[in-house]
Structure formats: structure tokens, C-alpha cells
Design a protein around this ligand. Structure first.
Ligand code: PRP
Ligand code: URA
Length: 210
């Protein structure tokens, strides 16, 4: 099995991503665009949710209609930059549960270390969307997905704004069953593992920390 990659290249997403990439876009606009793109992407990422039939009454008669089945899904941003996508997704699925996972890379071993992890209970009955704007080497996403999968969720999808081919390959090797949703697949990584052309450091641009 190979991770399926969905490139969500709707014209509105492409247009907003262009402004997100531009170096003159400041944190206020960067945050707004990140949320707007995330809302548009959430529409597609949730397409595979199953529905169940319920009986309702319209003002005229009883009828059968559909609602989303099962337990509320969970959105899991990877700290810190993943938080920038959260509100945009919750706009479409406001009852979703939210988990947080924080990782840093040990400078000596280069292994990702989990520094925070709080996930909803009953993960084995929930579908999950793990979110991070950037999939660069794929190290952070692969580690987050490994921690999350220890809790046996029903299904996991990964959503990012910009993916590098290297990161896609890493997820394909480590988590082949996880579908990847991205707004763009860029060219490559530079020597510092930044995505080219990319958009720079997503966390710093969201929060104005540089
Ligand atoms: C960024 C980004 C991803 C990671 C991607 O986070 O948000 O989590 O880098 O790189 P990778 O695919 O090579 O692991 P960063 O480590 O800068 O932390 P931050 O979100 O706290 O800014
Ligand atoms: N993390 C980022 O925020 N941007 C990149 O280009 C790579 C990793």
C-alpha cells in the first residue's frame, strides 16, 4: 500500500497560497490566509466521512435524511505551526475534538522528542485529521503519526499546506495507510531542510517570532 496524495488545487486555494508564500505578507494576513485555506481544504478532507440515515420531520412530513455517523472526529495540530490551521478547520466541523501534540528534535540524536501530547479519549472509535502546514523532511509528521497510532484510532489523515517530495516519501514509507492532503507539492528541500520555493518558516510567519 502507498499513501495516497491528494493535491487540493482548487483555484481559490491556489490563489490564497500564492499570497501566503509572498515574503511581504505579514503575520495578520498570514494567519487569515492559513485559516481560509484550511477551511477550504477541510471540505475535501472530510469527503470520506460516512453518514447514517435518520428520520426527521420537516414542516410538511416525515422523511429520511443523513447525518455524519459515529463519534465526533478529532483534529490534531502538531505544535506549534499546526495551531494556525485549527480555527479554519473548526469553522466547518465545530464539534470536532481537538488533540495537541508537541515535538522537538533532539539536537544530538536528531530524533523527534514528544514534549506534549494530549489526545481525546476513545481514539479507537474516532477518525483523526493530523495537521501541520509544512511537510518538509517528514520527520515531525512521521513521529507524530507514530505516537498517535499507538492509540489505535479508527483512521488517520494528514493535512498540510505545502509538501516536499522528500516528506511525502517519508510518510509513504513509514505510514503507507495515511492519506496525505496538501495544497501544493513543491520542488525540494534546501540544505537546511526548508522547502523550496515554500513559504519560509510557517511558525515564525504565523506568530511573528522572527
Ligand atoms: C515546522 C513545521 C513542521 C516541521 C516540518 O515546525 O511546522 O512541524 O517544521 O519539518 P519536517 O518535516 O522536516 O519535520 P518547527 O520545527 O519549525 O516548529 P514550530 O512549529 O514550533 O515553529
Ligand atoms: N518548516 C517550516 O516551517 N518551513 C519549511 O520550509 C520547512 C520546515
Amino acid at each position: 500500500m502507498m499513501s495516497k496524495v491528494h493535491v487540493l488545487d482548487h483555484p481559490l486555494i491556489k490563489h490564497k497560497l500564492t499570497f501566503l508564500r509572498k515574503s511581504e505578507t505579514g503575520p495578520k494576513e498570514f494567519r487569515e490566509l492559513t485559516n481560509e485555506i484550511s477551511t477550504l481544504m477541510a471540505y475535501e478532507v472530510t469527503r470520506s466521512l460516512s453518514t447514517q440515515e435518520v428520520t426527521i420531520e420537516t414542516p410538511l412530513e416525515k422523511t429520511k435524511a443523513e447525518v455524519i455517523a459515529g463519534k465526533k472526529l478529532a483534529v490534531v495540530p502538531i505544535l506549534r505551526a499546526g495551531l494556525g490551521m485549527l480555527d479554519g478547520i473548526l469553522k466547518l466541523i465545530p464539534t470536532a475534538r481537538v488533540g495537541h501534540i508537541g515535538l522537538y528534535r533532539d539536537p544530538e540524536t536528531l530524533e523527534p522528542v514528544e514534549y506534549y501530547c494530549k489526545l481525546p479519549t476513545d481514539l479507537e472509535e474516532r477518525e483523526l485529521i493530523v495537521v501541520d502546514p509544512m511537510l518538509a523532511t517528514g520527520g515531525s509528521a512521521a513521529a507524530a503519526l507514530s505516537f498517535i497510532k499507538e492509540r489505535n484510532p479508527l483512521k488517520v489523515q494528514f493535512m498540510c499546506l505545502v509538501a516536499a517530495p522528500e516528506g511525502i516519501e517519508k510518510l509513504r514509507q513509514n505510514h503507507p495507510e495515511v492519506e496525505i492532503f496538501t495544497a501544493a507539492v513543491d520542488d525540494k528541500l534546501n540544505e537546511k531542510a526548508y522547502i523550496l520555493p515554500g513559504l519560509g518558516d510557517a511558525g515564525d510567519r504565523l506568530y511573528g517570532t522572527r
